[in-house]
Design a protein around this ligand. Structure first.
Ligand SMILES: *[C@@H]1O[C@H](CO)[C@@H](O)[C@H](O)[C@H]1NC(C)=O
Ligand SMILES: *[C@@H]1O[C@H](CO)[C@@H](O)[C@H](O)[C@H]1NC(C)=O
Ligand SMILES: [Zn+2]
Length: 542
């Protein structure tokens, strides 16, 4: 590219870059405080994983690849400096000090953003195997360069929950953000939600399931929706009817069905459809956007389709296990095999998977998550005599990008630009961090993957990078291999090797009032105008 253009671009983004430097400096102490625990545990990756910082200021040129954004694809070079994309142009020439990666015949795409993960999550009397280091390392090996995790309040306190997750995330090796769960309601929680928005959280999740633990009723959900609307924060729901599930579970136990199949039988699709419909209608009543996490069934998907067709702003997130698998595994005679597929809502019968794929391909559903929440065989065995005690959760953070490519692109259901939209760009837009994330544009963070469409991948628990000892996609082979992952300008995955260090990841603040909120005030005003009330009546005289 012409030198002028390069200089201009650099100048335009100087202030942005200075801002990033400050953040790097701010987290530096944790870089030195944290890393050794991984080395002691023997769980570092790459030469520099035991605390010496990875070179962070690097110049990189990706040459000759097909650069794909959600809006456009072209053959171009991508020039990166100090963690940012500086230029995207058909021909960029550079000096000897710049490392050049040849991407001829390959796709150069924004790194994946996983909107739904649970790292170091304390749940059902245990804690997930993957923490913010191992889960993120696995993510990077699979082409995901950012995730948004669910921070959970402590005894209802959002502030305490946020602080706990800040600590957990100190060992991060890639960028991350938080959603915040809401598990109870009072004036303090309402005030704390404002505080959370100031801290860079722009979404709150409500659980309509897990009675007696995380579940909230309609009254709280309504309060929450109203508060979310006033803050410009996105309301998210885990949509299953918790009261009915409680009944369903009792019924299964009475029938003597105590194994993993009892889990699926106790919470059928109708309960997911019901809660999805209820949440959608309440969000419509409040006139605020709604995000339905882990859409697992045709029942829930059809409620979303109906609402969207009628003009309501509802986002539906399928997850990779729901798209790729069917729930017959829960009937497997081996307990450990069956239990590894157990999550909520359950992975459904054959047919739901294909329907969810079609919904994703046609825009009924908007982006793909994982709900990565892993427990090993020993932890799953806590429920050997009672499915209600099996920790809920499956893997996916490392497999999502490859599987969505295989299931959706290789099968011919979507274009490569759509792939970028569903795995990265739409997530960045919804959570208001686009085009810093989710795009290969000058000024965007250099979070990039290089995918070779002619190579193949295989998933096995032996070769994956997560700390869990099983994999629900075990043995899956497909075409399309992510050969290189670049996280903020650093090559962290190459030649099947990870080079990551704890403490290098950065917290990404997300501002409220994403595009989903544009125009809501106009809709509110036209609603008020339509009421023809109060009717003025002459006072009757007795
Ligand atoms: C992959 O195959 C296609 C079609 O044969 C070819 O055009 C492309 O250059 C190949 N890419 C690589 C990286 O080999
Ligand atoms: C599962 O993790 C626990 C600790 O969290 C450990 O004690 C146990 O040995 C692990 N089991 C397997 C099969 O790796
Ligand atoms: Zn989840």
């Amino acid at each position: 590219m012409p030198l002028n253009g390069l200089v201009l671009s650099i100048m335009a983004f100087t202030s942005f870059f200075l801002f990033s430097s400050l953040i790097i400096a701010a987290i530096a102490p944790s870089l030195h405080a944290q890393p050794n625990q991984f080395c002691e545990a023997g769980i570092g990756y790459g030469d520099s994983s035991c605390g010496d910082s990875i070179p962070s200021s690097s110049k990189l040129l990706i040459k000759g690849g097909t650069v794909v954004n959600a809006h456009h694809q072209q053959i171009a070079d991508v020039y990166i400096e100090d963690g940012l994309i500086v230029a995207v142009n058909p021909t960029i020439t550079v000096g000897d000090e710049v490392r050049v990666i040849d991407a001829t015949g390959k796709f150069v795409m924004p790194g994946g953003i996983d909107p739904h993960t649970h790292l170091e999550f304390e749940f059902m009397n245990t804690v997930t195997k993957d923490d913010f280091f191992s889960g993120q390392a696995a993510a990077l090996a699979g082409g995901t360069t950012m995730h948004i995790d669910f921070a959970i309040p402590i005894d209802g306190s959002l502030t305490a929950g946020f602080e706990a997750y800040e600590k957990k995330a100190q060992k991060s090796c890639m960028d991350y953000g938080f959603h915040m769960a809401i598990t109870k309601w009072d004036e303090t929680v309402a005030r704390e939600m404002e505080l959370m928005v100031e801290k860079g959280i722009n979404s709150f999740k409500f659980f309509m399931a897990y009675k007696g633990a995380l579940m909230i009723g309609d009254e709280l959900l309504l309060q929450g929706l109203k508060k979310c609307k006033s803050l410009g924060a996105l309301a998210m729901v885990h949509a299953e009817n918790g009261d009915a599930i409680d009944e369903g579970q009792k019924k299964m136990i009475e029938l003597g069905i105590t194994g993993p199949e009892g889990h699926a039988l106790s919470r059928p699709p109708v309960l997911e459809g019901e809660a999805t419909a209820r949440a959608i209608r309440l969000a419509d009543f409040v006139n605020t956007p709604l995000y339905v996490v882990h859409v697992m069934s045709i029942d829930a998907m059809e409620e979303i389709a109906k609402a969207r067709t009628s003009g309501q702003r509802v986002i539906g997130e399928p997850i990779v296990s729901g798209l790729a698998l069917d729930g017959s595994w829960l009937w497997h005679p081996d307990f450990v095999t069956a239990a590894k597929y157990l999550m909520s809502p359950p992975i459904r019968k054959q047919g739901h998977d294909k329907a969810l794929q079609a919904a994703l391909a046609t825009g009924v559903l908007q982006l793909v998550g994982t709900d990565h929440c892993v427990f090993n065989s020993t932890q799953k065995s806590l429920g050997i005599d009672d499915f209600r005690k099996i920790p809920n959760g499956v893997n996916g953070i490392e497999e999502r990008m490859h599987l969505v490519w295989d299931i959706m692109v290789e099968s011919g259901q979507i274009s490569v630009t759509d792939y970028v939209r569903l795995t990265s760009t739409e997530c960045a837009r919804i959570f208001n961090i686009y085009p810093r994330k989710g795009a290969i544009l000058p000024g965007s963070d250099a979070d990039i993957i290089i995918l070779n469409p002619n190579s193949s991948f295989e998933v096995t628990a032996k070769s994956h990078h997560s700390r869990v000892d099983t994999n629900v996609f075990e043995g899956w082979r497909g075409k399309g291999k992510i050969e290189v992952t670049i996280s903020r300008g650093r090559v962290v995955w190459e030649n099947n090797e990870l080079k990551v260090a704890p403490g290098t990841g950065r917290y990404i603040e997300m501002s409220p009032f994403s595009y989903l909120f544009d125009g809501l005030d106009k809709k509110d005003a036209s609603y008020l105008n339509s009421l023809q009330a109060p009717v003025k009546r002459a006072k009757s005289t007795a």
